[in-house]
Write a protein that binds this ligand. Sequence first.
Ligand code: NAD
Length: 295
Amino acid sequence: MKIAFIGLGNMGGPMALNLKKAGHTLSAFDLSAEACKKFAAEGLPIAASAAASVADAEVVISMLPASAHVEGLYLGSDGLLGKIAPGTLVIDSSTIAAATSRKVAEAGAARGIAVIDAPVSGGTGGAIAGTLTFMVGGSEADLERARPVLEKMGANIFHAGAAGAGQTAKICNNMLLGVLMIGTSEAIALGIANGLDPKVLSEIMRRSSGGNWALEKYNPLPGVQEASPASKGYAGGFGTDLMLKDLGLAQENAAAVRASTPLGGLARNLYAAHSLAGHGGLDFSSVIKMLQKKA
Ligand code: NAD
């Protein structure tokens, strides 16, 4: 299949590489010359522009930071929806506002282009290993069209509901993850302050009733897990500012439906303070820095 892949960041780059490895013909693009250079060196064919990447594409996939980037790419008088052939399937895997996903899906439908939202969970490790979880919003039929492509990047594919429902599922999940990472950090910092060995404490909690994904795969303390972003200087994982964006989306959504999400609100404020302290570009697990005694 001919696939255009737009957005070669921490997630998009490895996802596109998995599609190429599976035998698809890729045409990739990123606004960052550095990202293009990095993935060209790994064998991804790079197009001169987003518009050039979608010429002849049967499927278009985007993996961009936030709503404004997705709107900017697809909508407007010069937007990509005007350049993609009718009949093409568009899969947007960025985590964005559900309302934006619905807007892009409606604009696509008006041109005979099927658009589904398919945000992911699983981190950069899951993107590299091809074991992501996809949460899809759109019609059952469009999901079935996308399934063979999604299967090459992920291990779990869920139909959350109509357009935008994938995004709603994703922000519920990330609100929980944001809270869990702070709770996990607090517990580890408390143990260290009492002289416990953080590796031993992490293992005790991982196998006890406090066990969670952060303790399994993403320990926030450097040196506990070799593969976690913490052990790599908090580089290359899921940025604090991206988590802050997701918690903001969750709070906007909660306000719209008058839901009570007190811990989600507190978590958003704590990541905002962490970002203001200059850590927005570090992986979100660096939030533990805020809870630890300075050396
Ligand atoms: P990233 O910042 O590493 O990458 C985004 C890329 O998009 C950048 O390389 C940027 O140059 C590019 N870009 C922006 N606008 C563009 C445009 N108009 N055309 C082409 N390229 C453009 O972000 P990421 O970590 O890869 O995350 C991407 C999305 O996936 C976000 O919505 C994020 O919330 C979500 N997500 C991230 C993770 C993670 O662990 N990093 C996990 C799940 C979901």
